[in-house]
Design a protein around this ligand. Structure first.
Ligand code: GLP
Length: 241
């Protein structure tokens, strides 16, 4: 079973995970971090900025994002490229050439998945993948029904996920309908998975992912197939474990 660490607040959890990443980066400056978006990983990024302030040099680190919306205009502040650049690339001083996000532009869409897989492979994979979990149980944008062997590809967002993510946009109509997401098979290739969840709203999905049956109807349960998983949660998210 995954190692489960329950901390009091998201800020403590973020600092804890950031300290672990920073220690790895000090040992191995070319460390590769798998970055996630949504609100859950933000305390980790805040923690990484604090580690930078106390002297950890992240400038040689590489990053791969989990997913991207399809069809947002270039530079849209809620595109995951923009979020990763704002939260990670800029503040930590990463080389933008070493920060990859799937290509969600309409023109690139047919080959986006293949190109992203090739980039991860050519790079030598991801050392530590940060993960949030959606209330549907999704990892990245792998909604229920996604194959555990799936690779990066275009998917359709569920209505529930679009409604959940509408808070980042001015209206539901603005939330894209499609995305490009790493597959569950891609995620499982990372050498260490760190799943984060905060708040009561995640308790049910978290318990199903960590302790429930391994099933394609609960994408989060794919973590049970991985050798090295750390689950870092607050007390509210842990309440159904
Ligand atoms: C988003 C992302 C996921 C994220 C999840 C939870 O839509 N694609 O990578 O883990 O949904 O979002 P939040 O952390 O905001 O609850």
């Amino acid at each position: 079973m995954a190692e489960v660490i329950v901390l009091e607040t998201p800020a403590e959890a973020g600092a804890f995970v950031a300290a672990h990443i920073a220690a790895q980066v000090r040992r191995e400056p070319t460390f590769t971090l798998g970055v996630a978006t949504g609100s859950t990983p933000l305390p980790v990024y805040e923690g990484l900025r604090a580690e930078r302030d106390t002297g950890t040099d992240f400038t040689r680190m590489s990053a791969f994002a989990l997913d991207e919306y399809v069809g947002l205009p270039a530079g849209h502040p809620e595109s995951y490229r923009a979020v990763v650049d704002r939260e990670v690339t800029g503040p930590l001083g990463l080389d933008p050439a070493r920060v990859r996000v799937p290509d969600g532009s309409a023109e690139g869409i047919e080959t986006a998945g293949e190109r992203y897989e090739a980039a991860i492979e050519a790079h030598g994979g991801v050392d530590l993948q940060l993960l949030g979990i959606g209330r549907t149980g999704h990892l990245g944008f792998n909604e229920p029904g996604s194959s555990f062997g799936s690779l990066t590809r275009v998917k359709t967002l569920t209505e529930r996920t679009r409604l959940d993510n509408a808070r980042f946009f001015d209206s539901l109509d603005e939330v894209p309908i499609h995305c490009v997401t790493q597959g569950l098979g891609t995620i499982l290739r990372a050498r260490h998975l760190v799943l984060l969840a905060f708040g009561e709203g995640k308790a049910e999905a978290l318990a199903a992912a960590v302790e429930g049956p391994v099933s394609a109807s609960m994408p989060g349960s794919a973590i049970q197939l991985h050798q090295r998983v750390t689950v870092v949660v607050d007390e509210a998210a842990a309440s159904q474990l």
